[in-house]
Design a protein. Structure first.
Length: 608
């Protein structure tokens, strides 16, 4: 057995090694990092017994959930949270109450538990895992989707519900409650702590960060961020609320602060590693012996739990206005038991409501249901239908407004945005493809969901602040509608536009855009140059030829803008060139009654 000093180094090494090995493998298999961390914990703990006494590890790892809720809070202004109130207190309340009563009835009907233990089991299993669900939403870039916001609203109410549920355990408990405060007093303390948090966030936190920022010491800023998160979490815990709720409130209070982006960057590394540790600690805490002793009961209980919760969630979401696809996603994202169930079951054991064996069995059911969650989310994709042509996300332009407003983020826009961002410029990007936004979010791009053909969207995205508007949409008709809308409402805006082809370029020039570029022109020139070099030409020669063609093409475009699409068509029919200054074009003889094309005298080639 390793000494305490040795364990201080060996246990972190084992956990980090497990994370480094398991996460990439499971991600490569398409199973997600969450299941990888969970599997690593099971192998290190219950299977190989390399780490024992996982209670302390789980307690520390729960800080990952705390930091995750803080970062989510930073993204939610109080006004937006108020906008979500119906889902939080309507859909969230309905889910906890209906699921809790249904699972209580099932647990009591088995005859294995009395009514008090069944009540604790039913409502404890009604809670879902905030850590698992939010990690899966973040991995898939779905946090800002409509179903992601509804899922988060349900999870947020579940965090709030832990207070009355713990009070319920105190009321029905047979021991441990005699010298404590009454439930009414406990609830009053919790409400007072929330009010204190709101006041502190409004009047103390921003001035504190202003003072610290003036020192210029980055390490102090990081320390202050951790102090605020952990301090608010601890305040909520001693008040009877969850630590995650305290961190979330602190984040919401700082959502309108000018320091929120820096705080998010400071906290993110700690959040990632501690959240990974949490999932591994859940795997470490699995009691395989309890599972073996009750294997048939668990085999029946886990699918029953997942199925009943999913049915209730689907029905409630459909009743409250979600379409089939969103309801399926929510139902199969939140059917598992949650980490707050651990707290409720442990408290119930202390209060004499449930036995130690019952608590261990319930914790095993919750843990296995967590492990099956990634597979449930995969199943949701197969159950979705094509009832809607395009998925829509919630329009939220918080933080929008930059020197460059980019409309459209397909391949063309992605390349252009990289150049702008690499130079240190801020770019506000809007796109109406939910899949594209999710993919871009996975690579760190900040994109807003919105339709660039709507004037209210352009205003919300900060068009009035933009120095340049880059229209990078890939359909000619959509591009034209956006350009016409902007020209009509903001005639002085500088427009840089992606063009579909030569005819489209001429059309855009007639609309007075400052710069347009055909989407394939530059790539075609480069490809031709490289092909020429592959045939033995020098890089200098291929470059000169390419630049000469570029100049001739630009001249022809100018002539076509003045004379029509047929003007200058012979400009590009030139022999292998030695680049030289272009001479003044002149007209050549044409059939009687027609205007001859504008060409250069040295470009006519051999004459017949």
């Amino acid at each position: 057995m390793a000494t305490a000093a040795e364990a201080l180094f060996t246990e972190p090494l084992l956990l980090l090694g497990g994370a480094v090995i398991a996460a990439p493998i499971f991600r490569k298999l398409g199973l997600g990092t969450v299941l990888g961390y969970l599997a690593a914990g099971v192998v290190i703990g219950p299977v190989l017994n390399l780490i024992g006494g996982t209670g302390d590890i789980l307690a520390v790892a729960e800080l990952g959930v705390v930091l995750l809720l803080f970062i989510i809070g930073l993204e939610l202004k109080p006004s937006r949270l108020w906008h979500m109130r119906r889902d939080i207190f309507g859909l969230g309340t309905a889910q906890v109450v209906l699921t809790g009563l249904l699972l209580t009835s099932v647990a009591f009907a088995t005859g294995l538990l009395d009514w008090r233990a069944a009540l604790v089991a039913g409502f404890g299993l009604a809670l879902s895992s905030t850590a698992f669900a939010l990690q899966l939403l973040n991995d898939n870039g779905d946090m800002n989707s409509r179903y992601g916001q509804r899922s988060f609203s349900i999870l947020l109410f579940q965090d709030i519900a832990i207070v009355p549920l713990l009070a319920m355990v105190s009321i029905i408990g047979t021991q441990g409650s005699g010298g404590g405060s009454s439930p009414i007093v406990e609830i009053a303390i919790a409400v007072g702590a929330v009010v204190a948090m709101i006041l502190a966030g409004r009047y103390l936190l921003t001035p504190m960060f202003q003072i610290i920022a003036r020192t210029g010491a980055r390490e102090v800023m990081i320390a202050a961020a951790l102090f605020v998160v952990l301090g608010s979490a601890y305040l909520m815990q001693i008040s009877g609320l969850s630590m995650a709720m305290g961190a979330f409130l602190a984040g919401v209070m700082l959502a309108e602060s000018s320091y929120r982006h820096e705080l998010e960057a400071d906290i993110e590394p700690f959040r990632g590693i501690l959240l990974a540790l949490f999932f591994m600690a859940v795997g470490l805490s699995m009691d395989l012996q309890v599972i073996v002793d009750n294997v048939w009961l668990i085999v029946a209980a886990v699918p029953l739990l997942l199925g009943l919760k999913a049915l209730v969630l689907y029905g409630l979401c459909r009743f409250s206005g979600s379409d089939h696809n969103d309801a399926i996603r929510i139902a199969l994202l939140l059917p598992q038991g949650g980490e707050f169930g651990f707290v409720l079951f442990t408290t119930a054991t202390t209060a004499g409501v449930a036995s130690v064996a019952t608590s261990s069995l319930l914790i095993s059911i919750v843990t296995l249901s967590m492990a099956l969650t990634p597979f449930a989310t995969m199943l949701s994709r197969r159950l979705m239908t094509n009832e809607s042509d395009k998925e829509e996300l919630e329009e939220d332009f918080d933080g929008a407004g930059s020197d460059v407003l980019m409309i459209g983020f397909s391949r063309f826009g992605q390349i252009a945005a990289q150049i702008l961002l690499a130079s240190g410029r801020d770019v506000t990007i809007i796109d109406d493809s939910a899949d594209r936004i999710r993919q871009a979010a996975a690579f760190g791009f900040r994109i807003y969901f919105g339709d660039g053909m709507r004037l209210d969207v352009l205003r919300a995205a900060g068009i009035e602040k933009a120095k340049i508007v880059a229209v990078c949409t890939h359909k000619k008709e959509i591009t034209d509608r956006i350009v016409d809308l902007i020209r009509a409402e903001y005639p002085d805006v500088r427009l840089f536009v992606r063009s579909y082809d030569r005819v489209h370029s001429l059309s855009l020039r007639s609309r007075d855009v400052e710069y347009e570029l055909r989407e394939t022109f530059e790539s075609g020139l480069l490809f031709g140059r490289k092909a020429l070099e592959g045939l033995g030409a020098s890089e200098e020669t291929s470059y000169e030829i390419g630049e000469d063609i570029r100049r001739r093409d630009e001249q022809r475009l100018r002539l076509q803008a003045q004379e029509g699409i047929l003007a200058g068509r012979d400009l590009m029919h030139n022999r292998p060139v030695k680049p030289e200054p272009l001479i003044k074009p002149k007209r050549i003889h044409a059939p009687e009654g027609e205007d001859g094309p504008l060409v250069h005298e040295d470009e006519l080639g051999p004459r017949g």
